[in-house]
Design a protein. Sequence first.
Length: 239
Amino acid sequence: MTNVEQLRQWIQESKTAVFFGGAGVSTESGIPDFRSVDGLYSQKFEYPPEQIISHSFYLHKPEYFFRFYREKMLPLGFEPNVTHKVLAQLEKEGHLAAVVTQNIDGLHQKAGSKTVFELHGSVLRNYCVRCHKFYPAEFVRDAKGIPLCDCGGTVKPDVVLYEESLDQDTLAGAVSAIRRADLLIVGGTSLTVYPAAGLLQYYRGNRLVLINRDETPYDDYANLVFHDSLGKIFSQLSD
Ligand code: CNA
């Protein structure tokens, strides 16, 4: 049996599978990740990207933060790829219980997934820090300089910056889904951003599958490892 056939069989036998993913899930939709050779962290900026997308930088240099955010982090106008679509289909068929994602692009929901735990929030939600009025992503994209609410407050994207903590309900939901999972498929993540990467420790089964182009620190713990593109593997799962 090939590894893909093995994975296909585990999926068919599963009723509570969880997919845990990162930026690599959306590269085949055209959104660059952070840590691949052509990712954001390989480009040159005035400050390191980790610093720019931190809470203190957002507070102290908001104009620069929003310029960077608009140019490099606001993934609008992209479409779900085969991985997003197959995951939505597996949920519909009753095999997949949840998607846990570090992505902020909303593409899983756009593909039709219903139970999605967005650990790092979503660019599609933006709120005034003063009166909490909601604004769509287009408002932040089209604003000049710092996006401001009618009340004068800053409109802040609902994404988790470095130094900020994760939403507790989202985290609890993700932990609970992973604890109950009979199959955990991890894909498109370098597994280096914590606490997100630490969620793997809650999986109790013996069907841990890793699909990532590059090696990860968890490769040795997995029961099945693919160093391949997600699109290639998932397109073989759909037929
Ligand atoms: P990362 O650290 O950039 O790692 C991505 C991983 O995916 C790398 O190890 C790549 O080898 C792998 N990869 C890239 N493309 C593919 C592919 N097509 N098939 C298989 N593997 C692939 O990204 P993480 O998600 O681990 O890091 C967490 C950060 C990145 C989170 O906070 C995200 O919010 C953030 N991010 C999100 C997006 C998005 O929403 N689309 C884009 C860029 C960064």
